[in-house]
Design a protein around this ligand. Structure first.
Ligand code: CFM
Length: 548
């Protein structure tokens, strides 16, 4: 990746920023100007400050989701054997159900898999007025007696918080009724915080206090690690597992792609945590380190080079020469096909321009894949990342904690009396750090982007249209809400949330899939022929059916 080098960008990012801001009322422009930053990387990865994780300005068409989505949809959703009940109106449960294409592989035909079900209390006006706890208890009873789960998670939607249902009291009561079933509730009402990021934190807290540490059943294996922040979109976790298996690594638990309750419950027995998506799961990594002494570092399995680098870091951590040799062998074997396809695709993609506006980690990770086929990212940003995801964890002490953040509980965690066990002593950690492993750290998106690129937090439709017009990118990466507007503007859009129902894109085979798909998209002539409806008739006039 080109770190901080001057880019050959024909467009002046400062001008684009001005163009974006000039259509806003002064008050709005004053806030947006801090969220739109022209990148400049100085020594020691210093980058300009960006304003992030603040409320979206009312009236702006944001790309963001809600806290419930972050908790239920993102963090817990991919787990197959925690029975998940949405306490709320039916839409919340239905629309958070499998929409991100998480896949799962039950161990055998008989093992539990609740992923094909969407369970909800289906609140009606009656519950909104008289309270929904009774209906929730009935729902839990029905579900437990029908499905006999090990664990039940209750997910609160907005009205639950507004009417004051106590899902935690219900969980306790039902746990007494069904001893042996772990029942816990999440106060992840959609309005909490400013985006789905709040929901990640709420999910991390509850899984940490109520699930991790419940079982002492370590998996067999010499090199045992957890992969945190990998959600198995399009089968990514399957590909990562294929590679880690080949290397002789034991993935104890993935939080939470292709995961099971027992793996979470005994995750504290592993010897290393590696973090893929920093935004959604850094809390868990931090808390597990404090309570159980498990070190963590950041990895990235998106991109073939990034995958190789991450595997080498893991092997260096465990320090076994046999493992190091095995990892090198696997990398060299896997890279044969990767290099062949990459070099061919590169011939047609070199120099083309990508833009990425996704979530809280992919806008960073996917730049690696593009750079492997010679493509450049001129503008990128997160929907809900925090300043540390942009500028690196070094800025955490200087982040101003506002009222929205204070609303989300920050757990105070100390060493477990009997189970705290540092996996490496200070000397070993220092030695590994000297060799280049950055423990408990994430450098962020901006230090790895070129100078003069435009970094935008919480992008909206108006701004996306200006980016398209000014930069004319060859591909735009975002989600379903953006897809058709952008494509009508003549630019192909790759969904990086659902992968357009394709994938995997992680690991070595995933990289091959991505190279080939991007090649087809950026080199297809079809988008040039698109004429957007608003180019032909900029004003749409409607008429009422009954006037006809
Ligand atoms: Fe992490 Fe994710 Fe992402 Fe995310 Fe998401 Fe997602 Fe995402 Mo959609 S946990 S931050 S909240 S990598 S659902 S699997 S694709 S916005 S960039």
């Amino acid at each position: 990746m080109v770190r901080g080098k001057a880019a050959t960008i024909a467009v002046d990012p400062a001008e684009v920023k001005e163009e974006i801001l000039k259509r806003y009322p002064t008050k709005v422009a004053r806030r947006r100007t801090k969220q739109i930053v022209v990148n400049r990387v100085e020594a020691a990865e210093q980058v300009p400050e960006i304003s992030a994780n603040t409320r979206t300005i009312p009236g702006i068409l944001t790309m963001r989701g809600c806290a419930y989505a972050g908790c239920k949809g993102v963090v817990l959703g991919p787990t197959r054997d925690i029975l998940q009940i949405t306490h709320g109106p039916i839409g919340c449960g239905f629309y958070s159900w499998l929409t991100r294409r998480n896949q799962t592989r039950p161990r055998n035909d008989m093992s539990t898999n609740f992923m094909p079900y969407a369970m909800s209390t289906d609140m009606q006006e009656e519950e909104i007025i008289f309270g929904g706890e009774k209906k929730l208890k009935k729902a839990i009873q029905e579900a437990v007696e029908l499905f006999h789960p090990k664990a039940v998670g209750i997910f609160s939607t907005c009205p639950v918080g507004l009417i004051g249902d106590d899902v935690h009291a219900v969980a306790r009561e039902m746990e007494e009724k069904y001893p042996g079933v772990n029942i816990f509730g999440f106060s992840c009402e959609g309005y909490k915080g400013v985006s789905q990021s709040a929901g990640h934190h709420i999910a991390n807290n509850k899984v940490f206090t109520d699930v991790v540490g419940q079982l002492e059943t370590p998996k067999e294996g010499e090199f045992r690690l957890n992969i945190l922040g990998e959600y198995n979109i399009g089968g990514d976790a399957f590909e990562i597992e294929r590679i880690t298996d080949r290397c002789g690594l034991t993935v104890h638990a993935t939080f939470s792609g292709n995961s099971e309750y027992d793996e979470f419950a005994s995750a504290h027995t592993a010897d290393l945590n590696v973090v893929m998506c920093h935004r959604s799961i850094n809390y868990m990594a931090e808390m597990m380190e404090k309570r159980y002494g498990i070190p963590w570092f950041k990895v990235n399995f998106v991109g073939a080079n990034a995958t190789a680098k991450s595997l080498r870091k893991i092997a260096a951590y465990f320090g076994s020469q046999a493992l190091i040799d095995k990892v090198e062998k696997v990398i060299s074997e896997e890279m044969v096909e990767v290099e062949k396809v990459r070099d061919d695709v590169r011939l047609r993609c070199e120099g083309k321009v990508a833009m990425l506006f996704v979530g809280g980690s992919r806008a960073h990770h996917y730049q690696e894949l593009f750079s492997e086929i010679g493509m450049k990212t001129f503008s990128a940003g997160y929907e809900f990342g925090h300043r540390d995801d942009y500028e690196g964890r070094k800025v955490i002490p200087s982040i101003v904690v506002d009222a929205d953040t204070r609303n989300i509980e920050e757990l105070t965690v100390g060493p477990d009396e009997t189970r705290y066990r540092p996996r490496k002593d200070d000397g070993e950690i220092k030695k590994l750090a000297d060799e280049g492993i950055r423990f408990s750290d994430y450098s962020g998106l901006m230090p790895e982007m070129m100078n003069q690129t435009l970094v935008i937090d919480d992008l909206n439709h108006h701004e996306a249209e200006i980016l398209i017009e000014k930069y004319k990118p060859d591909i735009f990466c975002a989600g379903i809400k953006e897809k058709y507007v952008i494509q009508k503007g003549g630019v192909p859009l790759k969904q990086l949330h659902s992968y357009d129902y394709s994938g995997p894109y992680a690991g070595f085979r995933g990289a091959l899939n991505f190279y080939r798909e991007i090649d087809r998209m950026v080199n297809s002539k079809i988008f040039r022929f698109v004429k957007a409806p608003w180019q032909e008739s900029p004003e749409l006039a409607g008429s009422y059916g009954w006037n006809k």
